[in-house]
Design a protein around this ligand. Structure first.
Ligand SMILES: N[C@@H](CCC(=O)N[C@@H](CS)C(=O)NCC(=O)O)C(=O)O
Length: 234
């Protein structure tokens, strides 16, 4: 019984957090059973604070009683710990470095900029949108050929092949249609970034993403209220 508790996997996260979603995707891809602890970020649990005393943020994965924080490191931990099932990083070191490079590029250069488009209006929003489009064209021109080197740059994503970089892209822009509807803007234009567009649609076509995505109407609601809250604070 004690052994059972010890090997249990617990994820502290929130329903809305894209970072928690990354870890959930990785656990589901690997078919790892886990207990999800929904945190209230206005009133964080003592367990979360103890497990992530540095950043005090979700997600935190607890495995065999030991906590791991930071979504990208958690995914690497999952990849290294549960060796069977789909791989979240390529076996080949060069390809692996490219997947890490582009996951980190999206995290560092695209994530906050997309958030800025959602949270602002007027000139600030226009500037942020131009920046998002510029980063998406860099991914189109330079990223896809490296991420999908096995298929000549053509994005193919299935439950069996989904990697760290697909997961990061997914949790940022898989609901791009909802973003576009709420904001009344084109963000992922199939004319200018056809590869990125088909990448996102391939991601959205996987069973794991379909299973984890809330209904479209709910995504619209979440985005609208997030936007309104951010605009009223600024
Ligand atoms: N770099 C972290 C970011 C995690 C993060 O920003 N989590 C947010 C929720 S989306 C959080 O816990 N915020 C609570 C706070 O800042 O107090 C990761 O990749 O895991």
């Amino acid at each position: 019984m004690e052994e059972e508790t010890e090997s249990k996997v617990i994820l502290h996260g929130t329903f809305m957090s894209p970072y928690s979603k990354r870890v959930e995707l990785a656990l589901k891809l690997k078919s790892i059973p886990y207990l999800f602890v929904q945190e209230d970020l206005q009133n964080k649990s003592q367990t979360l604070l103890q497990h992530n005393p540095v950043h005090k943020k979700v997600p935190v994965l607890v495995h065999k009683g030991k906590p791991i924080s930071e979504s990208l490191f958690i995914i690497e931990y999952i990849h290294e710990t549960w060796r069977n099932g789909p791989k979240l990083l390529p076996r080949d070191p060069y390809k692996r470095s490219k997947v890490r490079f582009w996951a980190s590029y999206i995290q560092l250069h695209l994530f906050d900029t997309v958030m800025k488009v959602v949270k602002t209006e007027g000139e600030k929003q226009e500037k942020a949108l131009a920046e998002v489009k510029e980063k998406l064209s860099i991914i189109e021109k330079e990223g896809l050929k490296e991420i999908f080197s096995d298929t000549d740059g053509k994005p193919t994503v299935t439950n069996e092949t989904m990697s760290l970089v697909d997961i990061v892209m997914c949790t940022l822009l898989s609901p791009y249609k909802a973003h576009e509807e709420v904001l009344g803007l084109k963000i992922v234009d199939p004319e200018t970034v056809p590869g990125v567009y088909s990448w996102l649609n391939a991601i959205n076509g996987t069973d794991v993403v379909k299973d984890l995505s809330p209904p479209y109407e709910q995504v619209l609601e979440i985005l609208r209220s997030f936007r309104q809250m951010s605009l009223s604070r600024s």
